[in-house]
Design a protein around this ligand. Sequence first.
Ligand SMILES: C[S@@+](CC[C@H](N)C(=O)[O-])C[C@H]1O[C@@H](n2cnc3c(N)ncnc32)[C@H](O)[C@@H]1O
Length: 264
Amino acid sequence: MAVTDAWWDSTHANRHRRRVWYAALLVLAVLVLAPPASISVPQDEARRDRWQRPAEVLDALGITVGSRVADVGCGEGYFVLHLARRVGTSGVVYAVDIDPEALATTRRKVERAGFPQVRLVLSREDDPRLPEDELDAVLIVNAYHEMHKHDAMLGGIFRALKPGGRLAIIDGAGEEHEDRTTLLRRHRMSRKLVREDAERNGFRFREERPGFDRPGRNARSFFFLIFEKPAKGVRTPTGTASHRISWLTSSLTPLSFRGVFLTF
Ligand SMILES: C[S@@+](CC[C@H](N)C(=O)[O-])C[C@H]1O[C@@H](n2cnc3c(N)ncnc32)[C@H](O)[C@@H]1O
């Protein structure tokens, strides 16, 4: 009996020791093999690349090495990294957002990638805080529907673009009959409202490109509209005195004429 007990005790103790070892090995394996958060981000980005087709977006905006561009409402910087790779160190990317936490995440990614060409801008709800007449292209992706002060934002973006500069607005496709409150609640925007807003602020509609279908649990279709700051002849209400006079004049005319601001 005593022998059996001793045998049982030692077998039991061995089994217990083995279990402790296995548990320790498992913890070690998880620590060594599981990717830290910083490494899993590129995996998310690679997944998004498959449906977002970032190279196509940058091509449509004519962005090349040396371009000066902005991503307004950049969030955690998905497009900022693509833009930075494309423009290189001879270009500039303004990463603009009103959310300091989103910008801090973008900053971490940019620093890890080593992109001195990115400038972070903590903007205001009614002002993208961009330099005037400097940019070749501006991107607003899945953010326009959140911009309550859309006219002020579009005005600031218009001033920041060079004549001929392009603006891309990519957003979740909403129904034309939905009002802004409903669209905001559904994280969507209608093409019609975007076109009206942009044209009212001096932009010329250039084209609609093939949109994007985000797969998965948050599946959504996005439209992709491109506008242009006209080279000459059409301006926003802000700027020189003559523009302000034309804005005043157009404000007194029927709504159908309000989108056009002729220079004297
Ligand atoms: C849904 S996220 C999209 C982020 C990013 N563009 C993307 O596609 O991954 C929308 C972002 O727009 C920002 N945003 C909302 N209104 C803004 C405004 N008026 N000016 C700048 N950023 C704004 C929000 O803070 C948020 O980071």
